[in-house]
Design a protein around this ligand. Sequence first.
Ligand SMILES: Nc1nc2c(ncn2[C@@H]2O[C@H](COP(=O)(O)OP(=O)(O)OP(=O)(O)O)[C@@H](O)[C@H]2O)c(=O)[nH]1
Ligand SMILES: [Mg+2]
Length: 316
Amino acid sequence: MSVKGTNGRGKGPGRGSSDLRRADASAGAPVDKPEGIRNVALVGHSGAGKTMLLEALLAAAGTIPRMGSIVDGNTVSDAEPSEIHQQRSVVLSVAPLVYDGVKVNLLDTPGYGDFTGELRAGLRAADAALFVVSAVDGVDAATTALWAECAQLDTPRAVVITRLDHPRANFEAALAACQRAFGQSVVPAYLPVRTDGSVTGLLGLLSGQVSEYDGESPEPAVRDASADERAAAESERGTLIEGIISESEDESLMDRYLGGEDIDADVLVGDLEKAVARGSFFPVLAASAETGLGMTELLEMLTRAFPTPLERAVPD
Ligand SMILES: Nc1nc2c(ncn2[C@@H]2O[C@H](COP(=O)(O)OP(=O)(O)OP(=O)(O)O)[C@@H](O)[C@H]2O)c(=O)[nH]1
Ligand SMILES: [Mg+2]
């Protein structure tokens, strides 16, 4: 395993205003205490975009000044000579970042089948898994099997559909592939917003706000969704809310919802985060490492919804 010397010194941008606002008291805890740490393994098939996603997250959090690339062989994670030569990950790498006062240790695992020992080591060391799925390629059998393995252990999980800038990217097809492979509890928390056919923003299904990314600034500009955008997302929003409510510890919530009550977005966000940390609900996010789209939403999810090492169940 290689541990990268980024030291998590980046301060990161301030809080965005996307859907996953802080609901748990541990966010903002000192980074030298377990409460202020998240250990997250990036998993998924070779070429899905894990190493570039890590690079984009480090850049968005301000840990590195700019992104390297696989072709140039200068990414933080793929720094071994064999990785630069093969243009893919070979060993497990750990790179820390700090966002909103929380230290996230990201474990970049190799997707290629020859290196499953490194993948296993990454999953053992992590408290949660982020499944990275390419919007161009979908889900392979090995990733489906890995999801089932994590399900047996109740590992907290989320999915990010990445490479959305690619000309052949198809978010809807990739999402459908994820739901076939991982089950119907895999539900989008954000939907892509397109300008002239290209994905330029994300619509937060709980907040009803759109984060627009310009490809330059790591911080999105946030605006209210238009009436058309809201109408187009209505069915996904209903599915998300019903999924969160059915996992909520507050049993009165479902009756209130079915009775027509408009449940407060903050309550839903809090319940979503708790269900993710318990390993019973799996949000889907959307991203492009190339343009930086979705990095704020991902950083918020990693720091606010994923569990601290203290919440990890002790194996029997
Ligand atoms: N256009 C575009 N290309 C991307 C993006 N993310 C990754 N790529 C490209 O896809 C290829 C594979 O990306 P990696 O990040 O190395 O994939 P990986 O999941 O780490 O692959 P392994 O290390 O083999 O498991 C590289 O050529 C990347 O430049 C993206 O968001 N947009
Ligand atoms: Mg890699």
